[in-house]
Design a protein around this ligand. Structure first.
Ligand code: UDP
Ligand code: MN
Length: 336
């Protein structure tokens, strides 16, 4: 091509055509580079394995059924079973980092399960042991992210949720994010782990409370969001340190953003809660809650700060270990 450029009589015109061609080629090369870079950045050589194309599935196949025939309904939960064999052989078809997609059809949604975590390994083993077969019967493509708070300062669940959302999106494209307490075990596989048009509170009925909803605005436990809705509410508040009220704050964000919350019926939205102690109750949680509506657009995803300590691709989940920072010395009602 260079020789043809020199050989041409109308050099200027031809140079312009050449320049245009070169710029097109460059754009092409750039996009190839970007695509390759994504593979390299998440390739096996770096230890960060990209599963994006796997979760997307083989698009020449049919979509999976919205309500698959494989569902069995009410489940008998045996909390002890998981501890005898935390990694059963039936989970061996999962990809490193805790991802799976159906083989016989294309999943309607790719979901990211985000579990805030610290120091509850037995609960995590029990949850994953019980949840993975449910997800497989529901025929949803999924990846599990365990978001672990680094160090031993006061726990901050809201920050971990926001970190999970932010980090998960670096690994794959997801249609749906499900924020999931580590100690809630689903009792019915008709409670679909997918997103609806509105955020959905999936755990209205806990065995601990006799399967009744404690109060109307409850959104704690298991909550599903489309990406755009989680962004619209600006994620969770970053300001709740210790136990309590970050979920009630989320309800206020949803109301302020005019998003209504769906729920399954209390015969299907049932969970067994693994028993544990309650510690580190926040003393300012109720006063923080009072200012939630005026504060939420400047406290959340858009003000999130953290240090990623490590991302580990473990057998059944991706463990994201993050330093969420330190709680303030004197927590006030409205630190903003
Ligand atoms: N959590 C954790 N370690 C802790 C405290 C909380 O992993 O030390 C996570 C875990 O996912 C748990 C959730 O945060 O299910 C909510 O905390 P907790 O269960 O103590 O509160 P509850 O919802 O039972 O009132
Ligand atoms: Mn709990």
């Amino acid at each position: 091509m260079a020789r043809r450029c020199y050989g041409s009589t109308s050099v200027v015109a031809f140079l312009m055509v050449c320049a245009a061609l070169v710029s097109v080629i460059n754009v092409g090369q750039l996009s190839v580079f970007l695509r390759t870079k994504r593979h390299t950045a998440y390739g096996p050589d770096t230890g960060l394995y990209s599963i994006g194309y796997t979760l997307r599935g083989n698009l020449s196949m049919e979509s999976c059924q919205a309500v698959p025939d494989s569902l069995v309904g009410k489940l008998n939960i045996d909390l002890g079973a998981a501890l005898k064999s935390p990694t059963p052989s039936k989970h061996q078809d999962m990809l490193p980092g805790g991802a799976w997609s159906p083989k016989s059809c294309v999943s309607r949604q790719r979901i990211s399960i985000i579990i805030p975590f610290r120091d509850r390994q037995a609960h995590l083993d029990i949850l994953v042991y019980n949840l993975v077969p449910v997800l497989k019967r529901q025929k949803v493509a999924f990846r599990i992210f365990v978001v672990e708070q680094f160090g031993n300062k006061t726990f901050n669940k809201g920050r971990l949720m926001n970190i999970g959302f932010t980090e998960a999106r670096k690994h794959d494209e997801f249609d749906c994010f499900i924020f999931h307490d580590v100690d809630l075990i689903p009792e019915d596989d008709r409670n679909m782990y997918t997103c609806s048009d509105n955020p959905r509170h999936m755990s209205p009925a806990l065995d601990k409370f006799n399967y009744t909803m404690l109060y109307k605005s409850l959104v704690g436990g298991v909550l599903s969001f489309r990406d755009k809705h989680f962004t619209k509410v600006n994620g969770y508040s970053n300001l709740y340190w210790g136990w309590g009220a970050e979920d009630d704050d989320m309800h206020k964000r949803l109301s302020a953003s005019k998003l209504s919350v769906e729920r399954p019926s209390i015969t299907i939205g049932r969970y067994t809660m693994i028993k544990h102690d309650k510690k580190d109750v926040s003393s300012v949680r109720l006063s923080l809650l009072k200012t939630s509506t005026t504060r939420y657009l400047k406290d959340g995803l858009n003000t999130l700060e953290y240090k990623l300590v490590e991302t580990r691709l473990e057998k059944l989940w991706t463990r994201i270990i993050a330093n969420v920072g330190d709680p303030p010395k004197n927590q006030t009602e409205n630190p903003l």
